[in-house]
Design a protein around this ligand. Structure first.
Ligand SMILES: NC(=O)c1ccc[n+]([C@@H]2O[C@H](COP(=O)([O-])OP(=O)(O)OC[C@H]3O[C@@H](n4cnc5c(N)ncnc54)[C@H](OP(=O)(O)O)[C@@H]3O)[C@@H](O)[C@H]2O)c1
Length: 338
């Protein structure tokens, strides 16, 4: 390996962690030493990176000695316990979990939207929720032209958003269904194959789920607008990779459909896919393994003043998680913020 930054990936064997290794390699990230870390379950497993075999290490307080960049993707409990230890050892942490996202003083960053938020970091930078990232990449360019007053969001979220075991559960249930066998449910409370589940995260006393509130609160934090009204319904769908969102955007002043298309066609990280005559609109199957956020079905919302409807799709494991985290790490290097 060439001389570069010492990087640790915590949760390297997970759906997001494996994507991180792939993206570090694809983008020729300047890696010196790479430590791949997981739990005792995966200790000693071998992962490939840039033609080398890397042995999975078990997470411990000694894991971060000499590590400059620690990419965490092993759940909120692990982040809460080990991120502060990594910072003490001198690492800068980019954390994929929800552990620190809403903490004041912890930047919640999407590089296309609020790169300046990185400036005063205290060692931990939070990577937003997957459904939040693709939303703000697509709507922030409109917000820059005329303030967004209200968002109504319905999500259609892939099982990979829950992790590796959920992807296996969908595969197994499809096979069980084809063979006429009993459908086994372990990850979700209901069968996910050939079904939809309007329940992501725990239910809260107000009837929303945690995921729905994350989407609202994180969007307001990233876009620095507490007055924005946001409501969401989050639904798990039997798709392996790629979250989709139907979004109604109510703006301060009217933007025509051609104006919205022009703005989005120039927006960083966005690809406009909107030609209904050719049946062209974003699809999760096509967004999978891509880096960009795809937007289509752009039309005026006839039911409200200054309303626009959008359909937004992105790969939740890439832009929704691993890629965004690595873009943050790249920005930290570029801006001398390590
Ligand atoms: N999937 C997404 O689209 C997405 C998007 C945004 C954020 N996230 C967040 O990213 C994190 C990981 O998600 P995922 O989808 O990759 O989950 P996953 O596929 O279930 O992988 C979990 C990873 O965490 C590791 N891990 C679990 N317990 C551990 C422990 N006690 N010590 C060390 N490592 C441990 C696992 O290692 P073992 O192999 O040893 O079990 C595995 O590498 C979560 O916080 C999730 O909320 C996920």
């Amino acid at each position: 390996m060439s001389k570069g930054y010492n990087v640790a990936v915590v949760g390297a064997t997970g759906a997001v962690g494996e994507e991180m290794l792939r993206i570090l390699e694809e983008r020729s990230f300047s890696v010196g030493n790479l430590r791949v870390i997981a739990s005792e379950r995966s200790e000693g497993r071998v992962l490939r990176f840039c033609g080398e075999n890397l042995k999975v290490e078990r997470l411990s307080s000694a894991s971060f000695r000499g590590v400059e960049i620690a990419l965490f993707s092993a759940g909120a409990q692990i982040s809460k316990e080990f991120s502060p230890q990594a910072v003490k050892k001198g690492s800068v942490v980019v954390d994929n979990s929800s552990a620190f996202r809403m903490e004041s003083g912890v930047p919640l960053v999407v590089p296309e939207v609020n790169p300046d938020a990185l400036e005063n970091h205290q060692g931990i930078i939070a990577n937003p929720n997957c459904s939040t990232i693709q939303l703000v990449v697509a709507i922030n360019p409109l917000h820059q032209i005329t303030r967004i007053k209200r968002l109504i969001i319905s999500t259609y979220q892939a099982v990979s958003g829950t992790g590796r075991e959920a992807m296996e559960e969908l595969k197994d249930q499809i096979q069980q269904w084809l063979k006429g066998e009993e459908i086994k449910k372990e990850v979700y409370p209901h069968q996910i194959a050939f079904n939809l589940i309007p329940h992501i995260g725990q239910f809260l006393p107000n009837g929303y789920t945690e995921e729905e509130l994350k989407l609202a609160n994180e969007t307001k934090k990233i876009m620095e607008d507490d007055r924005m009204a946001v409501t969401a319904t989050c639904v798990r769908v039997p798709v392996f990779i790629g979250h989709s969102e139907a979004v109604t955007v109510e703006m301060g002043k009217e933007l025509s459909v051609p104006q919205v298309k022009r703005i989005l066609s120039r927006a960083p990280g966005v690809i406009l896919q909107d030609n209904i005559d050719d049946h062209l609109y974003p699809l999760p199957l096509e967004a999978a393994e891509k880096d960009e956020v795809f937007v289509g079905r752009i039309r005026k919302d006839k039911s409200i003043k200054n309303g626009i409807n959008l359909w937004i799709v992105a790969d939740n494991l890439r832009k929704g998680a691993a890629l965004n985290a690595i873009q943050i790490a790249e920005l930290l290097i570029k801006e001398n913020l390590l």
